[in-house]
Design a protein around this ligand. Structure first.
Ligand SMILES: [Zn+2]
Length: 175
């Protein structure tokens, strides 16, 4: 990824203008938009991988993926147009979302959580997401999922448990 210029070029820097100039906005794309674009391009292999990993972790077929007819998804474990890391239906059905590819996704949780997420490998993020959404589906609330996901009975990577612990600390500081 290219860094935006530290200073706007002379010709586009209008005196008294607040925020980014139009040329800066083009250069520095929102990482969430980049993640969505990437997600649509590789939708099929990512969807396959996400569903396969859920199966490996012992999640029942009935809880893997949902439809989303508005965007032409009949059934998928991966939803490219959604910006979060994942989601879970009231019935406990789990999906992974494009936020898995967004290194800045956890910025609202503070620097420690954001850095841990940003430098995590995708496989470790994936297991962390699946565990969080699984616990949320089983326990009913996001807060309970944050609390219990690091100790999930699902056989996720140790690195994913550690990531979930750091994210939990970030969430607890928000409250
Ligand atoms: Zn949640």
């Amino acid at each position: 990824m290219t860094e935006p210029p530290a200073d706007p070029p002379e010709e586009t820097a209008e005196p008294g203008m607040i925020g980014t100039t139009p040329s800066q906005r083009q250069d520095a794309r929102d990482p969430a938009d980049v993640a969505i674009e990437f997600s649509w391009r590789y939708f099929e292999p990512i969807d396959y991988h996400a569903g396969h990993r859920m199966t490996e972790l012992g999640i029942h077929t009935d809880l893997i993926g949902t439809p989303e007819h508005e965007v032409g998804i009949e059934h998928a474990a991966f939803h490219p147009h959604q910006r979060n890391a994942g989601g879970v239906s009231p019935e406990g059905r789990i999906v992974v979302e494009s936020g898995i590819f967004n290194p800045t996704l956890m910025e609202p949780l503070g620097p420690e959580a954001s850095q841990a997420w940003g430098k995590s490998r995708l496989r470790h993020r994936l297991d962390a997401i699946i565990a969080h959404e699984y616990e949320e589906g089983q326990r009913g609330t996001h807060e309970d999922a944050v609390e219990h996901a690091p100790n999930t009975k699902l056989p996720i990577y140790d690195e994913s448990r550690e990531l979930l612990r750091v994210l939990r600390k970030g969430e607890q500081r928000q409250r």
